[in-house]
Design a protein around this ligand. Sequence first.
Ligand code: SF4
Length: 77
Amino acid sequence: MSPDPVVVTVDRTRCIGSGLCARTAPDALALGPDGRAVPVHPTATPSHTLTEAAEMCPVEAIAVHHATTGELLAPIW
Ligand code: SF4
């Protein structure tokens, strides 16, 4: 059974375009034409790299929520 999908969001008003998330989780996050991060798909499969990307973002712009329950899965400190 595959894991429940997650919703990945980026607060683009906070993103400073470091590119760290796109390098860490390129299947889930990419840099848009304006140099700020965007989710590759509206929902994603949870993964260690996605969690890591959300936790490494220097401006805490990325959030990963459980698609059904809305629970915040990352970042969590
Ligand atoms: S790691 Fe954060 S600041 Fe850097 S590109 Fe991704 S969302 Fe933007």
